[in-house]
Design a protein around this ligand. Structure first.
Ligand SMILES: Nc1ncnc2c1ncn2[C@@H]1O[C@H](COP(=O)(O)OP(=O)(O)OP(=O)(O)O)[C@@H](O)[C@H]1O
Ligand SMILES: [Mg+2]
Length: 598
């Protein structure tokens, strides 16, 4: 044996392997530095999925020339002074290793400025000596990492293709963005945006940007405290799952971590309701006394250790379970089922709506606190405006309604309901005529109009007794894929055994109707195609049809009056959703003729 002390450069390259093993870990380190520097906007540009080029630009504090020179030296950090500081470290970095590690395995350039005086450029090639020069740069820092691992061929050989490396970067950046909604993020390659996330007002808005509004709606708020742990954030209902943990973000004291123990806590919460290998999206923030968590157990700082591991896992499990579990209303609750404000998730609607944050008496509180409609709407608008790739997913813009075309329908005030014919037609008197109205079609028209009307949100009502819908194997598959979209239309449903779904809430007009039929038809409408009609139109038409009174429903006089009023005050009373006739008129002259009164 012949022991030799390694050449410092070799030692650094070996050590670098612990900190950076692929482009995504470079992105993580650089973006965390940007966040530590107080950036409000972080832009990442990559070439070939980061394998040829990674650039991270921020508008943070920047560094004065002397700090810039020191920043690429090993164990050089502005973030701690003594080992004891790690116990209470508030920054994401503290090891003083990231920049020297990256610089030792790439062609590295850092350009920075504090916004006054000359900026500084530091160039390091493969861990060689740093070349420092003056350079212009706006306040902030740009780090360019070219040809990662060009001088460590063994490592370079482990890189996957650009697509896989880009996917890993996207995932990492999505986690960081979820942990930091207050910062704008962008990831692009050759001018194409892979992520474009404007500053979000809060976590829910960030989740809506990342997952889309429909999925964000299926997420429930977490607010939980137990012993040393405070858990907050959002977790999806079990009906919404993904094939990996890519959309489960856990942060501890502001640091995004990959902690097996905490992930298991999430799994515990969903064990009864989600099949193995499926992962509902979640964004958890855990706040804990920093002395009870060790962040310095792994070079990437993504692994953390708690002094009470079991309690940490238990806190996550209980917090998530509490948020997603349906609990029957407390016995003191009003006999009426809980109702809450609900709006259609309509990306096409841009007309401003009045604020109607859900508000209900405490005892009427639904078991699932719904995300605040108002902030979702704002989220939707911001996403649409500021984020191109997300905006492209919007449904095509639809023209707003034409002004009502009433045709020759009578004015409401001249009418008098006479009665019902054969439990299917309402007979209405206008001074000089008799109108025969198809009660189902007229009601359907009125309901559809209300559903379409962004100004008058419909309520979602929890069912006192959930309805179980039996499905065929193929329907069950479709249902599993589309539950979260259906939730946008008020159907709160979850898988219930392999071939059925349990519906726990519906739009209030459906509550005492054929929920099973409506769910099945809505499912068919979500998955089917119908030329000329948007998905949303199809689903709303289905809901309206099932909500409406049927042929054969006996109606009281006031019910008929209300129905006729609803119908005639809707915007398109003359048109049936399916193009059928709604009513016909029999003039007094015609009646007279038939009775030989010439
Ligand atoms: N984007 C940036 N803006 C401002 N200062 C930065 C930036 N990136 C790095 N720095 C400065 O350079 C120093 C070294 O960065 P480096 O990432 O190597 O170490 P660290 O962040 O202190 O610790 P760690 O190795 O845990 O990340 C930081 O302490 C910080 O002062
Ligand atoms: Mg760092």
């Amino acid at each position: 044996m012949n022991i030799q002390v390694l050449d410092p450069l070799v030692a650094q390259q070996v050590a670098a392997g612990e900190v950076v093993d692929r482009p995504a870990s470079v992105v993580k380190e650089l973006v965390e530095n940007s966040l530590d520097a107080g950036a409000t906007r972080v832009e990442v540009e990559v070439g070939d999925g980061g394998t040829s080029r990674i650039l991270v630009r921020d508008d943070g504090s920047g560094m004065p020339p002397e700090d810039a020179r020191l920043s690429v030296l090993r164990h050089a950090t502005s973030k701690i002074r003594t080992a004891g500081d790690i116990e209470s470290v508030a920054t994401l970095g503290f090891r003083g290793e990231a920049l020297p590690s990256v610089a030792s395995v790439s062609a590295f350039t850092l350009t920075t400025s504090i916004g006054e005086g000359p900026g500084t450029k530091v160039v390091v090639d493969g861990g060689g000596p740093a070349e420092v020069s003056a350079a212009a740069h706006p306040k902030g820092t740009t780090v360019l990492v070219d040809r990662i691992f060009y001088n460590v061929p063994a490592r370079r050989a482990f890189l996957k293709g650009p697509r896989a490396e880009r996917a890993a970067i996207t995932e990492t950046l999505t986690h960081l963005a979820t942990a930091h909604p207050e910062v704008a993020f962008r990831l692009s390659e050759n001018g194409r945006d892979y992520l474009s996330l404007p500053v979000a007002g809060d976590l829910l808005e960030r989740l809506a940007q990342v997952h889309g509004v429909a999925k964000a709606r299926a997420m429930r708020r977490i607010e939980y405290k137990s012993g040393a742990f405070e858990v907050s954030g959002y977790a999806a209902l079990p009906s919404l799952t993904e094939g990996s943990r890519a959309h489960q973000t856990v942060s501890v004291n502001g640091r995004f971590v990959r902690a097996d123990n905490l992930n298991r806590g999430l799994d515990d919460a969903y064990r009864q309701t989600v099949p193995g290998g499926r992962y509902p999206p979640a964004a958890l923030r855990i706040a804990v006394d920093p002395r009870r968590v060790d962040v310095n157990v792994h070079p990437t700082k993504q692994v953390v250790r708690f002094s009470e591991e079991r309690a940490a896992r238990g806190a996550v499990a209980s917090a998530v379970r509490e948020a997603i579990e349906w609990r029957p209303p407390a016995p003191s609750a009003a006999p009426r089922p809980a109702e809450r404000t609900f709006t259609q998730d309509r990306l096409t609607r841009s007309s401003p709506r009045p604020g109607y944050a859900p508000s209900f008496a405490a005892e009427d509180q639904p078991a699932y606190p719904a995300p605040a409609a108002q902030s979702l709407r704002e989220a939707r608008e911001r996403v649409a405006e500021a984020s191109r790739p997300l905006a492209e997913r919007r449904e095509p813009y639809r023209e707003p309604y034409e002004p009502p075309e009433r045709g020759d329908l009578p004015p409401l005030e001249d009418l008098r309901v006479i009665g019902q014919l054969a439990a299917g037609y309402i007979l209405v008197e206008e001074p000089e005529s008799l109108w025969v109205v198809d009660q189902h079609v007229a009601h359907e028209r009125a309901i559809l109009d209300r559903l379409n009307d962004a100004e008058s949100p419909a309520g979602v009502q929890s069912l006192l007794i959930p309805e179980v819908v039996e499905l065929s194997a193929s329907e069950a598959m479709k249902a599993a894929e589309n539950l979260e979209e259906l939730s946008v239309y008020g159907f709160e449903a979850e898988p219930f055994g392999p071939r059925s779904v349990r519906v726990t809430a519906v739009i209030s007009t459906l509550a005492d109707r054929d929920v099973v039929g409506a769910f099945k038809d809505a499912l068919a409408a979500v998955t089917g195609t119908d030329p000329g009609h948007s998905r949303e139109d199809r689903i709303l038409a289905t809901i309206a049809c099932h909500s409406a009174v049927k042929m054969g429903d006996r109606l009281s006089h006031p019910e008929m009056e209300a129905l006729v009023k609803d119908w005639l005050t809707s915007r398109l009373p003359a048109t049936c959703p399916h193009g059928r006739s709604i009513c016909f008129r029999l003039g007094i002259n015609e009646i007279g003729r038939k009775l030989d009164r010439h």
